[in-house]
Ligand binder design. Structure first.
Ligand code: COA
Length: 174
């Protein structure tokens, strides 16, 4: 385990091989694996060009988690969007969490936390004032994760998802 591109790894000192993973930036060759995680773990699917566009424009905050054998087991992607400021109608650049998922069998090992920890400073380099995201109101695990990173619930977006579920809009001001 371990390549020049590795940003963070907990593999070297971990005796439980199932708990070993590495985090690195996504490459074009990884997109198939990213899409496989997305399609298994989230109802929101995107076309290939959507991932490719984010990779082309925000590659340094598009990270993948890999298992010991190199399989993609999680990913995170962000983009910068101009959005109204919370306190005024002025448009400001915000780092928007587009998608984050980890394969079910690899959960509760700190993979999502590692993906967030390593990607948030990378998207911040684009000069954003806030990290923002939407999360299903029923998604207890993800809400808990974001609260752990000090994201605050700012409001509810009614029927945000295609199936009609509401989203919490969460934000972390820099
Ligand atoms: C949400 C998700 C990404 C978390 O991934 P993960 O790798 O299991 O998360 P981590 O192990 O890094 O957990 C970090 C923290 O998140 C919170 N958390 C994660 N899973 C949780 C659960 N099932 N119940 C309660 N809290 C949870 C905890 O605070 C946890 O810290 P702790 O383990 O010290 O208690 C994962 O459950 C997932 O892929 N879900 C499906 C896709 C999804 O919902 N994505 C988010 C869309 S907004």
């Amino acid at each position: 385990m371990g390549t020049d591109k590795d940003i963070q790894s907990n593999g070297s000192t971990n005796i439980d091989e199932k708990n070993s993973f590495s985090i690195r930036t996504c490459t074009i060759e990884d997109l198939e694996g990213v899409i496989a995680v997305n399609e298994r773990e989230l109802p929101e699917d995107y076309p290939y060009f959507f991932y490719k566009n984010i990779l082309d424009n925000f590659s340094e905050s598009f990270l993948v988690a890999c298992s010991e054998n190199g399989e993609i087991i999680g990913y995170i992607m962000w983009r910068v969007e101009k959005m109204p400021s919370t306190n005024s109608l002025r448009l400001i650049n915000k780092g928007h969490l587009v998608s984050l998922a980890v394969f079910q069998e690899y959960r509760r090992r700190g993979i999502a936390a590692a993906l967030l920890t390593n990607s948030m400073p990378a998207i911040k380099k684009h000069g954003i004032n806030e990290h923002v995201l939407e999360v299903r109101v029923s998604n207890y695990s993800a809400i808990n994760l974001y609260k752990k990173f000090n994201f605050k619930i700012e409001g509810i977006k009614k029927k945000y998802y295609r199936d009609g579920e509401n989203a919490y809009y969460m934000s972390l001001k820099n």
